[in-house]
Design a protein around this ligand. Structure first.
Ligand code: COI
Length: 356
């Protein structure tokens, strides 16, 4: 089914035959694609949707039928998680079980079978280890791991595909935005919406991403970093940014609510809320009117790819709101705690770190 090139799978337990350090300028890593050595792949093998024991293969193109469910009807989900090189030389993952569970919830929504939590985490670990020479040195970035689940079987009428593929690949990354660590300038686009009530905005469906490309392009052409979307019913409440969640600081930490099903429950978002509680901040999850943006002390974005990124300005209804970026920002404190846990400097009280 897959191309002949994929046949070069590895013996179990043998990960990388290529120990040399890759030729990458770690100081210039952005969020661009570069092929790494191996990917994990498996297919659903029965009508009940059980997945075969997967295997590591060389990273290669895969072959798909033109009538695959994912190509015709967008039946697909993706995840994003990261492997880090800790200061003590150890390698670790951050909360991969959360990604597994989020993929399972998304798969239920999209009528797809899904890998068990253990199979998902094992696949992520295997992919990270097989590509370990691509994990950047500590402080230079991370290995972004991209699990995919999609309808690879042929289907013509609108229905779930008869076969599914679960695949995990990886790529070393640095900062997501070209701004690097500089504050983001967001644009509230009132014409485009990312998600609607009853839609799939709350799960990581591939169909949530291409429709925002036009809004992102328009915003970038006007010098903005990304778009902040409003809810599609009232066009009044802020929801999230194309690639990340958003927080406001107004004395307390405020997050937009996942209960409406239009906001993705980010793993970084959840972690930042827990860290804030541990550090003694009050945390509120509620509807946030766009008109409130003007009275926020701080605004910042969170996401696996984005990390924690301060927002320097938001332009809404033609008015630019500027946020003072001070050294004692709440966002900085939360981020440095998160990074400290990920790097092993700060005690991991909640068992978030998975050593590999
Ligand atoms: C992530 O943060 O992992 C994402 O999937 C966002 C994506 C647009 C890069």
């Amino acid at each position: 089914y897959y191309t002949a090139q994929v046949a070069t799978s590895l013996r179990p337990g043998v990960y990388s035959d290529d120990e040399e350090c890759p030729v990458v300028d770690w100081d210039k890593l952005g969020f661009g694609f570069m092929p790494t050595d191996y990917m994990y792949i498996t297919k659903s093998c029965d009508v009940a949707g059980n997945f075969e024991k997967g295997q590591l293969n060389r990273y290669v193109n895969i072959q798909l039928s033109p009538s695959a469910g994912v190509l015709n009807y967008g039946q697909g989900l993706f995840e994003g998680t990261k492997a880090y090189r800790q200061d003590n030389g150890g390698l670790s993952l951050f909360r991969p079980r959360e990604n597994a569970i989020r993929m399972q919830i998304g798969a239920e929504r999209m009528c797809m079978p899904y890998p068990s939590t253990d199979q998902f985490v094992d696949a992520v670990k295997q992919t990270a280890l097989a590509n370990k020479r691509w994990i950047p040195p500590s402080g230079k970035g991370s290995l972004y791991i991209r699990p995919l689940l999609f309808g690879s079987g042929s289907i013509l009428g609108l229905a779930p595909a008869p076969e599914y593929t679960f695949l995990v690949y990886a790529c070393p990354v640095g900062n997501y935005f070209k701004e690097g660590t500089a504050p983001l300038n967001l644009y509230v686009d009132e014409d485009f919406h990312r998600a609607s009530r009853g839609g799939a905005g709350g799960v990581k469906s591939i169909t949530n991403y291409a429709p925002v490309l036009r809004a992102i392009r328009n915003a970038r052409e006007r010098g903005f970093s990304d778009v902040l979307y409003l809810d599609s019913v009232n066009k009044r409440y802020i929801e999230e940014v194309s690639s990340c969640n958003i927080f406001l600081v107004k004395g307390r930490l405020i997050s937009t609510p996942i209960a409406c099903g239009t906001i993705l429950e980010g793993v970084t978002r959840k972690s930042i809320m827990d860290i804030a509680i541990d550090l003694g901040y009050q945390v509120e999850e509620r509807l946030v009117e766009a008109d409130e943006l003007i009275s926020a002390d701080e605004v910042f974005c969170t996401g696996t790819a984005v990390g924690v990124a301060p927002v320097g300005s938001i332009t809404y209804k033609g008015q630019r709101i500027d946020y003072k970026i001070k050294s004692e920002l709440v966002c900085k404190k939360l981020y440095s705690t998160l990074v400290g846990i990920q790097k092993g400097h700060i005690e991991d009280k909640r068992d978030w770190i998975v050593d590999i």
